[in-house]
Every structure is written in structure tokens, then in C-alpha cells.
Design a protein around this ligand. Structure first.
Ligand SMILES: [Zn+2]
Length: 133
């Protein structure tokens, strides 16, 4: 990351304080300052989350012309991150009832991220129904 980007991010963070859930606004603002940066929507996973939770979280970031990640709100996530760029034609539409992962439109299956999760969640609901009868 170039020093110009680093300086912008540091000024931004001292202005907003906590960057938690500011990724969408921060990337819009930073892209206005640096129009050559491309805005990317997707998910990130914390590879060394303090609580061991490696779920994917919806996130916005920027990339430079060499596809290097420039993430103005990366400091909301501790440790190294795994970025996954979403296909704009196949956006995230929900969170799986069974496993809690976010899923895209093409993955969606009865409110779950996959057929396997939908089946598992269906049996869970059915078992619950039977125990009450
Ligand atoms: Zn699932």
C-alpha cells in the first residue's frame, strides 16, 4: 500500500474513530479521493480471530491497479484476513439458518446456503415438531 493511501486511512480513522461497520461509507469516500481505486464487495474471514470464529463477514474494500488490497477499515478485524470478492451478478442475499454462513443468490436453498444445509435444517425443524406432538 502506498504512503498516500496509508496517510488517507490514518486521517480517516482519526476522524471516525471506530471503523466497525463503516466499510461501505469509507470505501466510497476513499474512492472519491483516489478514483483509480476499484471498489470491491465481498466477504472477509479472520484467519486468527481471537474467539476462533472464522465465519465470512460481508465487507467492502478497494483494490489498486495491481490488484493489491487497500482496505480503509481493515483495523476493525484483528489479525490477517482472507478476502473473497463477490460476483456482482450473484450477490449475497442472506445468512444460512443452519450454519450461519452468508450465501449468494445462486447458492440459496430454502433460506440456507446449500441443499445439504437445507436438508439438515429441515430435519431439525421436523424433529422439533415431532417432540411436541
Ligand atoms: Zn449453511
Amino acid at each position: 500500500m502506498t504512503n498516500r493511501y496509508r496517510a488517507w486511512i490514518s486521517t480517516y480513522l482519526s476522524r471516525v474513530g471506530d471503523p466497525l461497520q463503516q466499510c461501505e461509507a469509507a470505501t466510497l469516500e476513499m474512492q472519491q479521493a483516489f478514483p483509480k481505486l476499484r471498489r470491491v464487495r465481498g466477504t472477509v474471514r479472520m484467519l486468527a480471530a481471537p474467539d476462533g470464529d472464522t465465519s465470512a463477514w460481508p465487507h467492502w474494500w478497494l483494490v489498486d491497479q495491481d490488484e493489491h488490497i487497500v482496505d480503509p477499515t481493515a483495523s476493525q478485524f484483528p489479525g490477517p484476513l482472507d478476502y473473497f470478492e463477490m460476483d456482482e451478478d450473484d450477490p449475497i442475499v442472506g445468512r444460512c439458518h443452519n450454519c450461519g454462513e452468508y450465501f449468494t443468490r445462486s447458492q440459496a436453498c430454502q433460506g440456507c446456503c446449500s441443499r445439504a444445509c437445507a436438508t439438515e435444517y429441515g430435519s431439525y425443524l421436523n424433529s422439533f415438531r415431532h417432540t411436541r406432538e
